[in-house]
Design a protein around this ligand. Structure first.
Ligand SMILES: NC(=O)c1ccc[n+]([C@@H]2O[C@H](COP(=O)([O-])OP(=O)(O)OC[C@H]3O[C@@H](n4cnc5c(N)ncnc54)[C@H](O)[C@@H]3O)[C@@H](O)[C@H]2O)c1
Length: 340
């Protein structure tokens, strides 16, 4: 039996808790949130016996085997470092951290304590991207030459869903997924980045955040890539995400449109939505989407002792490169990336 604890009783933690409920040899025994009312409500919803308002108390008293860290983007570090020092294995929501010093603190604490950590880079578990990886790695199309990845959210994610969007960035919220996916698919990482950003739409809506980043990436293996991450897709978009991916190789290409798929269209009198058939969907009540597969994989590898499909180093280096992209957007200069 794996005894799980969750830190952060917000929206996304529900996905973790739903899966923990479904797996027979996993039990969620503790929930922690600085907001006691939210912690209690979450505990009642998922029948979690132990409730805490401090992660330190949870670490001391809960008897958990591992933790899901599901606090806002910029509030992972203290919890992760304390949990590592307490010998706790962890599934950490993306991004690993949002400051360079925090990345180094986390990596040092994890390496010293030898705990096992996976960052929830669940796009690697998305069926079209996972299939693309197999095709690219087979070498049947030769080397990759250039790639394009647009991963945008509708505006309401920044204006309504996330109460802390002004303290984060679309690069943290979605850029972490798109850069991780590009690096993983291309088996490389950016050597140099150049980026432009635009703002104004979210400012006008009262959210102090960049609207959109466009980044040009030169990979260490020579691939050139373009990455777009925006938070201002109109709310009428039929899917919360706008996802377009393309990679051109020496003798073939792959294209993914994961948001405009027509598997299921749900149309009311006022709008049409693409029904979720791959992200956090259920089949006869079982959690089947790739958001769950990533969490499931963490639990399986935790049990088997095998390596996670996402390494700490990959996730740490994604944060460092995203900081370089932000720096380039501010300075207008090409930035050479440096990694752990
Ligand atoms: N894998 C994905 O695609 C995906 C999707 C959505 C969100 N996320 C990530 O999950 C994380 C949480 O996002 P969310 O939308 O659930 O946010 P949320 O605001 O709904 O929930 C965060 C919760 O953390 C609590 N919290 C803050 N500081 C805390 C602390 N020190 N100790 C305990 N609790 C604390 C808050 O009170 C809040 O209840 C973010 O990092 C986000 O990027 C990942």
């Amino acid at each position: 039996m794996i005894k799980m604890g969750i830190v952060g009783a917000g929206l996304w933690a529900q996905q973790h808790a739903k899966l923990f409920q479904e797996i027979p040899d996993v039990e969620c025994v503790a929930i922690c949130d600085v907001n006691e009312a939210k912690a209690k409500e979450f505990a009642a919803q998922f029948q979690i016996p132990k409730i805490y308002t401090s992660h330190k108390e949870l670490l001391e008293k809960s008897g958990c085997d591992a933790l899901s860290i599901v606090t806002p983007d910029f509030l992972h570090t203290e919890i992760v470092v304390d949990a590592a020092n307490a010998g706790m294995d962890m599934l950490i929501e993306k991004p690993l951290a949002t400051e360079k010093e925090d990345v180094y603190r986390i990596v040092e604490a994890v390496r010293k304590s030898k705990v096992r950590v996976m960052v929830d880079m669940h796009n690697r578990f998305s069926p079209p991207f996972n299939n693309a990886k197999s095709i690219l790695d087979s070498g049947c199309f030769g080397k990759a030459i250039n790639a394009y990845f647009r991963l945008n959210d509708v505006r309401s994610v920044a204006t309504d869903m996330l109460k802390w969007a002004s303290k984060s960035s679309i690069l943290w919220f979605l850029g972490s997924h798109s850069l991780d996916t590009l690096n993983w698919l291309l088996n490389s990482r950016p050597k140099e980045v150049f980026a432009r950003s635009s703002r104004g739409v979210l400012d006008a809506a009262g959210v102090d955040a960049v609207d959109v980043y466009q980044a040009s990436l030169l990979y260490e293996n020579g691939v050139i890539a373009q990455m777009e991450n925006g938070w201002i897709t109109p709310n009428g978009n039929p899917c919360v995400n706008d996802i377009k991916f393309n990679v051109v190789c020496e003798c073939g290409k792959l294209d993914i449109d994961a948001s405009n798929n027509t598997l299921l269209k749900v149309t009311s009198d006022t709008r049409m939505d693409t029904g979720d058939c791959i992200v956090a969907n259920q089949v006869f009540g079982s959690m089947k989407g790739f958001a769950y597969e990533s969490i499931r994989s963490f639990l399986e590898k935790l049990k088997s002792g095998e390596d996670f499909y996402v390494s700490l180093e990959d996730s740490a280096n994604v944060v460092l490169a995203l900081l370089n992209i932000m720096e380039s957007a501010v300075t207008g200069k090409i930035i050479t990336c440096d990694y752990i």
